[in-house]
Each structure stands twice: as structure tokens, then as C-alpha cells.
Write a protein that binds this ligand. Structure first.
Ligand SMILES: [Zn+2]
Length: 107
């Protein structure tokens, strides 16, 4: 975790912006590694984990704010949750894993 995805064949590293673009436009499309030209597929399982962590953090921080600061307004809670949303959005590429694509086709 907290590592950018690498090619499952040759371990070529993908840059943050590249991964971001990939998962933004066609998240489930097959990819060809820029280095070894082999086929691979992004695994989005990690993103569900990120979403689960994000929801838990939002929920937890909302409860914490209300308990610790009784005078906190809905706006405070909203701003904090917006911060978490931005953070979760920025962390997405770190939760993607590339999986080797099976080339075997059934006839
Ligand atoms: Zn490769």
C-alpha cells in the first residue's frame, strides 16, 4: 500500500499522473505495458478498500467533531469531510494494482 502500481511482468513503475489518467478514463480496459509491451489489467479492488476507509474516516471524524466540539456547526463537519474527500481522491493511484492479463483464449 502507498506504492504506485508496477507492471506485473517487468516491474516498470507507472507515474502518479499516468495512473490517475488510466483509472479516470477507462478504468477496466486492458493495458499494454509501455516497457515490455505485455498485456495487463488494472485491479480496482484496492479502490473499494479506499472507499471503505474513506467512509469510515468521514463517519468517525463527524462523530468525533460533534463530541469534542459541541459548538461545531454543520459547516465545520462539511469542511472536514470535503478535506477527506480531496485526500481520498488524491490517494487513488496508490490503491491500484496491475494484474497480468491471461492471454489464453477458450475456443
Ligand atoms: Zn512491463
Amino acid at each position: 500500500m502507498f506504492r504506485l502500481p508496477v507492471c506485473p511482468h517487468c516491474r516498470a513503475v507507472y507515474r502518479y499522473g499516468e495512473v490517475n489518467r488510466m483509472i479516470f478514463f477507462h478504468p477496466t480496459r486492458e493495458r499494454t505495458c509501455y516497457h515490455c509491451k505485455k498485456s495487463m489489467k488494472p485491479l480496482l479492488r484496492g479502490l473499494f478498500l479506499l472507499a471503505a476507509i474513506y467512509l469510515a474516516v468521514c463517519f468517525g471524524s463527524t462523530i468525533a467533531i460533534v463530541n469534542i466540539f459541541p459548538n461545531a456547526t454543520a459547516l465545520t463537519v462539511f469542511i472536514v469531510n470535503v478535506c477527506w474527500t480531496v485526500l481520498a481522491f488524491m490517494l487513488r493511484p496508490f490503491f491500484v494494482i496491475f494484474k497480468a492479463n491471461e492471454q489464453k483464449k477458450k475456443r
